[in-house]
Design a protein around this ligand. Structure first.
Ligand code: PLP
Length: 396
């Protein structure tokens, strides 16, 4: 019989829409000995994860923890607990992930009132206001803070303020925003938020940090129907994550992955949120300068660009998939393709978390320059790296 050998993945540079490069410290943490999931030492570490997540989300919410599954499960956790059959939910859609929110609302028996904006644009706050006026019985407003499918940032603070004026709760997708741009849950008054471990936190995929405020918990406690998902029912999950000292078995937590998240959050705390946001902004500016010097255009208008997700238009006549394939083959560099309506038309270059650094900016610009020039694409060669260098020189 043929003996399968151990799997040794190549060393890539992950500059797509996630997962991003995992910090070696996080990988090392995940290789530490597995504990029982009710071991007092493990429970102590879970309490630290909760405290570190509160810092990351800038919240005092007690109900702050990591769902044992990827960002999509955090999304589902927010919707299944907060949306009851018959609830009207205003869902803002300006890319792929808003569409998934609609799916969630409908599967919970709610009615989704869609506020549509063009892909690449932020959520239009005036349209949200209009939807709230025509649907005064709206229970929840749901929106994506950082649309990873397009690279657009929406004005979370304004959307939340509007929802509050109309007595509606808010669910915010902070999967890509957390750690990359300011997410200040309590200052904005967000009621429920979910994120992911593998984007700007630079941990391995598979965990979804979530946080629920008091108003959200009140709505959950007042439910007249059972939460449709047993696994994601907050009242049950919290018997494991909540309660000082006395933890009951709910499911077996992904122990080693939680060591990884713990380390990723320790790293974030060491750097400091403000410094992390500034680093993401600086590296974005350098990448932007390089791409623009080449003649490549950004999809999103300047005021709404996400520093951690750079959507760039593919020049006319260029086979976008061939470029990505060459980058992966020759440079071990992964960038993302467009999704849905933007498939074939854009590249998505991530500068997330640990991957947001000058070395990656230079590597990406140099590699793109070489690959596009070899394909005789209509770009200016030999200027991108120097343009990025100038940005860093001006920053000091
Ligand atoms: C990646 C992402 C998700 C889904 O996260 P998974 O971990 O892939 O399930 C949800 N929302 C946004 C904005 C994302 O970028």
């Amino acid at each position: 019989m043929y003996m399968t050998t151990s799997f040794h993945p190549p060393q890539r540079i992950l500059m797509g829409p996630g997962p991003s490069d995992v910090n070696p410290r996080v990988l090392a943490a995940m290789a530490r000995p597995t504990l029982g999931h009710l071991d007092p030492e493990f429970i102590r570490m879970m309490d630290e994860v909760k405290a570190l997540l509160k810092y990351a989300f800038q919240t005092q919410n007690e109900m702050t923890f990591a769902v044992s599954a990827p960002g999509s499960a955090g999304m589902e956790c927010c919707f299944v607990n907060l949306v009851e059959p018959g609830d009207t939910v205003v869902v803002c859609q300006n890319g792929v992930f808003g569409g998934r929110m609609k799916e969630n609302v409908e599967r919970c028996g709610g009615t989704a009132v869609m506020v549509q904006d063009a892909w690449g644009e932020p959520v239009d706050v005036d349209k949200v206001a209009a939807a709230l006026r025509t649907h005064p019985n709206t229970k929840i407003v749901a929106f994506v803070h950082a649309e990873t499918s397009t690279g657009a940032r929406s004005d979370a603070q304004a959307i939340v303020a509007l929802a509050q004026q109309h007595g509606a709760l808010t669910i915010m997708d902070a999967v890509t925003s957390l750690g990359g741009i300011p997410v200040t849950m309590d200052a904005w008054g967000v009621d429920a938020v979910y994120s992911g471990s593998q984007k700007c936190l630079s941990c391995s995929p598979g965990l979804s940090p979530v946080s629920f405020g008091e108003r959200a918990i009140e709505k959950i406690k007042a439910r007249t129907s059972k939460v449709q998902s047993w696994f994601l029912d907050l009242q049950l999950v919290m018997s494991y994550w909540g309660g000082e000292g006395k933890r009951a078995y709910h499911h077996t937590a992904p122990i080693n992955l939680l060591y990884g998240l713990h380390e990723a959050l320790v790293i974030l705390q060491e750097e400091g949120l403000e410094a992390a946001w500034a680093r993401h902004a600086r590296n974005h500016q350098a990448l932007l300068a390089g791409f623009e010097a080449m003649g490549l255009e950004f999809v999103v208008r300047e005021a709404y660009r996400l520093p951690q997700l750079n959507a760039v238009s593919v020049p006319d006549g260029v086979d976008e998939a061939a470029v990505r394939a060459a980058l992966l083959r020759d440079y071990s560099l992964e960038i993302g393709a467009g999704l849905g309506a933007m498939a074939g038309k854009i590249w998505r270059v991530g500068l997330m978390g640990h991957a947001s650094n000058p070395k990656n900016v230079y590597t990406c610009l140099g590699a793109m320059d070489a690959v596009l020039s070899a394909m005789k694409a209509p770009v200016k060669s030999g200027v991108a790296v120097a343009a990025a260098k100038q940005v860093y020189a001006n920053a000091v």
